[in-house]
Design a protein around this ligand. Structure first.
Ligand SMILES: Cc1cc2nc3c(=O)[nH]c(=O)nc-3n(C[C@H](O)[C@H](O)[C@H](O)COP(=O)(O)OP(=O)(O)OC[C@H]3O[C@@H](n4cnc5c(N)ncnc54)[C@H](O)[C@@H]3O)c2cc1C
Length: 419
C-alpha cells in the first residue's frame, strides 16, 4: 500500500467542473492521502473534447486519469483507493488488539503494538492521517523544527506501522462491535468477522457544522471544513473567509493567505488569545492580507449551487458580503455513534469516558476488583486514545502519546486476563 508516485514525473490528472462538489471530494481525498495531482478545469465543449474526447454534456465529470492512462469517470474516493490496490480484506480472523481509526493516535498504537510483538489490525473508515492529514503544516510536533505536513507525517507513520507488521485496513468500517467473554467481535462492512482480545478506540472527531440552511448543498462548492489544503491553490486572487478561533482556523488562514488576495477570519468570541497558540496568532497578526473580525458569526449562506455570499452578524449588526469560499474550522464532535449499541460510556457530548472519569453509574457491571486503568473505558480491555477521549488534549503529540500509552495498558490487561 505504498503511495503511487506517478511515473516519469507525471501526475494524476483530475478534470472537473469549476466548483464541482464531487471533484472536491476527490481532490480532498488525494491531498489527505499525500498523492500529488494536477487539477484541470473543463468549462467548454472545446476543452472537453480536447482533453477527454467528448462534448461537455456527455462527459461525466469529474474524470480522473492516472499516469498509466487508466481513466475513471465520476469516481468516489473508494474507487480511487481500489484502483491503487489499497482496499484489502483482513489477513486473519483474530488479533491480539484491534485499533479503530488511523489518525495520529491509532497509527501510534499500531506502531507500538506491532513493534512489541502484538498481532494488530487497524480499521480505518477513510484514509490514514485523521484530522492531522488535513493540516498543511504541523509546526509544534517534536522533532520537526521546520514543521511537517499532516499527510507526510501520516504517510511515514503508516510505513513504520506496516514495517513492524501491523495490518492496515482502510476504507473499512464495522457494522457491529460486541464485547463479552474477554473478546471483542466486529463485523466489517465487507462481510469479514473479526475477534480481538483488546481494543483501542482512536476514532477522533469530525468537523462540526454551522448547521445553517444550504450548508450541506454548498459543501464542496464553496463551503469547506478544515484547513483547505486541497483548495488553497485555487484561491489565487480571491477574498476568502475562515470561521473559527482555534489553531486549525489559524493554520487555515495562514495556508490560504499564501494564495488568496485577502483572508477574513470570523471569530465568535472577543479575542483569539485564549484559543490559539501564541506563535500562530503572532503570524496571523503580522500577515498583511489577513484580517480578524471578533464577535462575529455567520448567520446565513447565500448560493445557487455554489457559494455566493454570507450574512454576518457582528455586535448585533447584520452585513451581507460577497464570498465564494468559506472554510469552517469550529472544532469537532466525537466519532462514537457506535457506542449507542454497546455499554461503553460517553460523556454528554459523546466523548469516551476513561479511567477516573468513568462515573460510578457506569461501573455497576464492572467485573474486576481494580478500577479502570487510565485510558480504559468502563468495558475491561477497551481503551480510548486521542481526541475521542473525554478531557484529552487535542494535539498531535498528545494523541501519539496516548496511542503508545494505550498499548502499554493493553499489555497489562492482556497479562492479567490471559496470563
Ligand atoms: C486542520 C487541522 C490542523 C491541526 N493542526 C495541529 C497542529 O498544528 N498541531 C497539533 O498538535 N494539532 C493539530 N491539530 C489537531 C490534531 O490533528 C488532532 O488532535 C489529532 O489529529 C487527533 O488525533 P486522533 O488520532 O486522536 O484523531 P483523528 O485525527 O481525528 O483521527 C481519527 C481517525 O479515525 C477514523 N474513524 C472515525 N470513525 C471511525 C470508525 N467508526 N471506524 C474506523 N475509523 C474511524 C477517522 O477517519 C480518522 O482517520 C489540527 C487539527 C486540524 C483539523
Amino acid at each position: 500500500m505504498s503511495a503511487p508516485v506517478a511515473g516519469g514525473g507525471q501526475r494524476i490528472r483530475v478534470f472537473e467542473h469549476p466548483y464541482g462538489r464531487h471533484a472536491f471530494a476527490i481532490r480532498d481525498y488525494l491531498t489527505r492521502s499525500g498523492i500529488p495531482f494536477e487539477s484541470i478545469t473543463i468549462e467548454t465543449d472545446e476543452e472537453s473534447v480536447a482533453h477527454l474526447g467528448t462534448a461537455l454534456a456527455s462527459t461525466p465529470l469529474p474524470v480522473v486519469v492516472f499516469p498509466d492512462g487508466a481513466r475513471i469517470d465520476d469516481p468516489t474516493p473508494a474507487r480511487i483507493a481500489e484502483h491503487f490496490g489499497w482496499i484489502n480484506r483482513p489477513r486473519r480472523s483474530s488479533y491480539d488488539v484491534i485499533v479503530f481509526g488511523a489518525g495520529p493516535a491509532g497509527l501510534s498504537a499500531a506502531v507500538y503494538a506491532a513493534s512489541e510483538g502484538l498481532e494488530v489490525a487497524v480499521i480505518e473508515r477513510d484514509t490514514v492521517g485523521g484530522q492531522a492529514g488535513s493540516s498543511s503544516l504541523i509546526e509544534n510536533y517534536l522533532g520537526f523544527s521546520h514543521g511537517i505536513s499532516g499527510a507526510a507525517l501520516a504517510e511515514q507513520a503508516k510505513e513504520q506501522a506496516i514495517a513492524f507488521g501491523a495490518e492496515l485496513l482502510v476504507m473499512q468500517h464495522s457494522l457491529s462491535r460486541t464485547f463479552g467473554d474477554h473478546l471483542m467481535r466486529a463485523e466489517l462492512a465487507d462481510g469479514s468477522a473479526l475477534t480481538a482480545r483488546a481494543v483501542i478506540c482512536a476514532t477522533g472527531v469530525q468537523w462540526r457544522r454551522l448547521d445553517l440552511p444550504s450548508e450541506d448543498v454548498l459543501y464542496g462548492s464553496g463551503v469547506y471544513y478544515g484547513a483547505g489544503t486541497s483548495e488553497a491553490a485555487s484561491c489565487a486572487g480571491e477574498h476568502v473567509y475562515v470561521v473559527g478561533g482555534a489553531n486549525s482556523a489559524g493554520q487555515a488562514a495562514m495556508n490560504l493567505a499564501a494564495h488568496a488576495a485577502r483572508v477574513t477570519v470570523l471569530v465568535r468570541g472577543p479575542s483569539l488569545s485564549a484559543t490559539m497558540s501564541a506563535y500562530l496568532l503572532r503570524r496571523l497578526l503580522a500577515a498583511p492580507n489577513i484580517e480578524i473580525l471578533v464577535n462575529t458569526s455567520v448567520a446565513a449562506l447565500e448560493g445557487d449551487g455554489r457559494l455566493r455570499g454570507l450574512t454576518l452578524i457582528s455586535d448585533g449588526t447584520t452585513t451581507n458580503v460577497t464570498a465564494n469560499r468559506l472554510f469552517i474550522c469550529i472544532g469537532g464532535r466525537p466519532n462514537t455513534e457506535w457506542t449507542n449499541k454497546t455499554s461503553v460510556a460517553t460523556d454528554e457530548r459523546g466523548f469516551l469516558l476513561t479511567g477516573t472519569d468513568v462515573t460510578a453509574e457506569h461501573l455497576l457491571h464492572w467485573p474486576l476488583e481494580r478500577q479502570p486503568l487510565y485510558l480504559e473505558t468502563n468495558q475491561p480491555g477497551v481503551f480510548a486514545a486521542g481526541d475521542v477521549r473525554a478531557n484529552s488534549i487535542k494535539r498531535v503529540a498528545s494523541a501519539v502519546g496516548e496511542g503508545a500509552m494505550a498499548v502499554a495498558l493493553t499489555h497489562r490487561y492482556l497479562a492479567e486476563t490471559f496470563g
